[in-house]
Design a protein around this ligand. Structure first.
Ligand code: SAM
Length: 206
């Protein structure tokens, strides 16, 4: 991404997501939360408006959530989703801060990896996030996955074009995430999919 970020789209993001996908993207993000042990330290990257936070706090009862989100407007919306005194550390920043908050039991990337091309994911995102994960820690990945289905290929192109102009997203292609996570020695324990496999929720373990 260049200078643009998700600030402009922040007030409309959840509305647009529901308009296009209904409740599916929310269901996908919540679906595997119950597989995560309770009272863990969670690193959540790119949480958007933070609609998931009440669900995450209720289902996982984390000891702490470090919430790293690059858009100041998204962070401001996220802070309105939860009470003042809850175990969340708010960090308005990008990947330069991923390693500054110690080790985590869980890394959660909801529709975040799709923002980056394969080489950056491999060398600067997945390797860095993996280094923040404790041994046996879990990585909850929820994202769009590459597909041969014509409609979803078209939809991916439309979304990347839209987010290029509105939010400065420079990536234009979905990546084979399982290949990269396996390469970094993570093992797939649970997987669920929606829309013919276009959207998947996967729980990987270090
Ligand atoms: C596609 S949105 C997903 C939002 C949310 N997870 C959801 O599904 O509703 C991606 C989010 O990642 C944030 N983001 C983009 N680059 C980031 C970075 N380098 N570090 C942290 N957050 C980032 C954006 O501001 C945006 O809120």
């Amino acid at each position: 991404m260049k200078n643009k970020n998700f600030d402009f789209i922040a007030p409309y993001y959840d509305f647009l997501s529901k308009l296009i996908f209904g409740k599916r993207l929310r269901i996908a993000q919540i679906s595997l939360l119950s597989k995560i042990p309770k009272h863990q330290r969670i690193l959540l990257i790119g949480g958007g408006t933070g609609w998931i936070l009440p669900e995450l706090l209720q289902i996982c009862q984390p000891s702490e959530v470090v919430y790293i989100e690059k858009s100041p407007k998204m962070i401001a919306l996220s802070q309105k989703q939860v009470p003042d005194f809850c175990p969340i550390v708010w960090v308005c920043a990008g990947e330069e801060k991923f390693q500054e908050y110690g080790l985590f039991d869980v890394v959660f990337t909801p529709f975040f990896l799709d923002l980056f091309p394969e080489s950056k994911l491999d060398k600067q995102i997945i390797s860095v996030l993996n280094s923040t994960l404790k041994p046996s820690g879990n990585w909850l990945l929820v994202d769009f996955f590459p597909t041969n289905h014509f409609y979803f290929t078209f939809l991916t192109k439309v979304m990347y074009t839209f987010f290029r102009y509105v939010s400065g997203v420079t990536n234009a292609q979905l990546v084979d995430y399982p290949k990269l996570l396996s390469k970094h020695n993570l093992i797939l324990n649970h997987s669920q999919e929606w829309m013919k496999g276009y959207v998947k929720a996967q729980l990987w373990q270090k």
